[in-house]
Design a protein around this ligand. Structure first.
Ligand code: SUG
Length: 445
């Protein structure tokens, strides 16, 4: 039987607020504030535990190596690893902040995933996102490809592609701009690629970056063996991007038959709905749209209503996994209550404290990469990353042992912090049975 497994990003020890993401309001608003990596990682693990408690399969993607010493070496900083960090930091703390970001925790941006029911060759396809739009995120794709290749190593079931080239033509932000509608996870569906910018089209009036290009979405669909009958390409509205919805998953989420979104997400939602209905051969899509008159776009972006996880529970009903900010905002709370009472499959809502991640613009949906798999594919996943209650407890203890509870930009140049981060990641590779995952485990000086 097919299920959807969520691969959550384990928050790395260098979680901090450097204000690196132009167009991401939360990131800009928290620039320079002290972060609490320990609380951030524990909040993420508590979310994983909640999903396990609900009976849903849960796995984890490890953090990437940060500070990224090989990246700084490639910029000409030399000597031992400690000297590289010290000279880079004395040259530019802002540069080191880019090479220290824990942004890979938002695994909705790790890759785009096409389940085998949709792909031409019957395998699950992954394209690691190049994340070209933001300098600190453009450092992620090499390690992402390595991590995915270790976890989804079985070529009979999985295809892990090379990321698209780093060019503005092909800005790719992964599953954060990808929705899939289907009767149930194991059945063929319609994949909706939402883009922020047509890199070959006329100039638009975007105030903030439209990170995902149409050309990247089309390339990913081709690589994954999709065709025009099971894929849709649709622009996100400039209104949403200019208000701070830097990814589509800030204003829209899908699960099986349901597309749950805000009226301002798309300029012409009815045209999108019509195209999806025409391509949905054996199921009836359900569109749940929050009207702007009831739920202001500003409330959507500050609360992250649509950055919820929409999941199918073992009994068949659907649940929303939401940040507590949605409960605290009158308009969004009212819309959730109205949705639960309405004639649709969503019957439950859970509010979780993810404030550390939210302060950098990452809600529940940002923290997970969804992979729908049949039974054979599930058993081919590297078992070390599959979470159990016990493994969550072990991971919590690991966080409590290795993570700081306060981190500011100045700490990123501290060589003791470099060593602490490496000790943490080294211990994690044992917990997740991913030996020699990190460069420093093979080459450090
Ligand atoms: O790319 N924030 C991330 C948040 C990504 C959220 N993901 C999804 N919506 N799927 C970003 O803007 C902030 C880092 C900083 O400012 O320190 C950051 O990278």
């Amino acid at each position: 039987m097919s299920v959807e497994m969520n691969f959550d990003g384990l928050v790395g020890p260098s979680h901090n607020y450097a204000g690196l993401s132009h167009g991401n309001i939360a990131s800009s608003n928290h620039k320079g504030k002290a972060a609490n990596p320990r609380a951030a990682a524990l909040q993420g693990l508590a979310k994983m535990r909640r999903l396990l408690d609900l009976g849903l399969p849960q796995a984890v993607l490890p953090p990437q190596e940060r500070p990224l010493i090989p990246g700084l070496c490639a910029l000409g900083f030399g000597g031992s690893d400690v000297q590289v960090l010290e000279s880079a930091f004395s040259h530019s703390p802002a540069l080191v902040a880019n090479y220290s970001s824990a942004s890979c925790m938002w695994t909705a941006n790790a890759a785009t995933v096409t389940p085998s029911a949709d792909s031409a060759d019957g395998r699950v396809h992954f394209t690691p996102a190049n994340l070209t739009a933001m300098p600190h995120r453009a450092l992620e794709d090499g390690q992402t490809q390595r991590i995915l290749s270790m976890i989804f190593a079985d070529a009979e079931h999985f295809a892990v592609h090379t990321p698209l080239a780093h060019t503005p033509l092909l800005g790719d932000e992964g599953a954060a701009n990808h929705n899939r509608l289907c009767a149930s996870h194991g059945q063929a569906g319609v994949e909706i690629f939402v883009y922020g910018r047509d890199a070959l089209g006329p100039k638009t009036d975007l105030k903030f970056p439209g990170r995902q290009t149409l050309q990247a979405s089309e390339a990913v669909a081709r690589l994954h063996g999709l065709n025009e009958d099971n894929s849709v390409f649709y622009p996100q509205s400039a209104t949403a991007i200019n208000a701070g919805a830097f990814h589509n998953d800030v204003v829209c989420v899908s699960n099986e038959t349901v597309l749950f979104f805000h009226e301002s997400a798309f300029d012409n939602p009815s045209a999108l709905e019509a195209e999806v209905i025409a391509k949905a051969k054996d199921f009836t899509p359900q569109f749940i749209m929050a009207p702007a008159k009831d739920v202001p776009l500003g409330d959507v972006i500050s609360s992250y209503l649509f950055n919820s996880q929409l999941v199918t529970l073992p009994g068949g009903d659907m649940a929303l996994i939401l940040p507590t900010q949605v409960e605290e905002t009158a308009s969004t709370r009212a819309f959730v209550d109205q949705t639960l009472a309405g004639d649709n499959p969503i019957t439950q809502a859970y509010y979780l404290d993810l404030r550390q991640s939210m302060a950098n613009g990452g809600g529940p949906a940002c923290l997970r990469l969804r992979v729908a798999m049949n039974a054979a594919q599930q058993s081919a996943v590297h078992s070390g990353v599959v979470m159990t209650q016990d493994k969550i407890s072990v991971s919590e203890n690991w966080v409590k042992t290795h993570y700081r509870d306060r981190l500011i930009i100045d700490d990123l140049g501290d060589v003791k912090f470099l060593q602490q981060s490496r000790d943490a990641l080294d211990a994690l590779t044992q917990i997740l049975d991913l030996p020699n995952l990190y460069d420093f485990q093979r080459t450090s000086t």
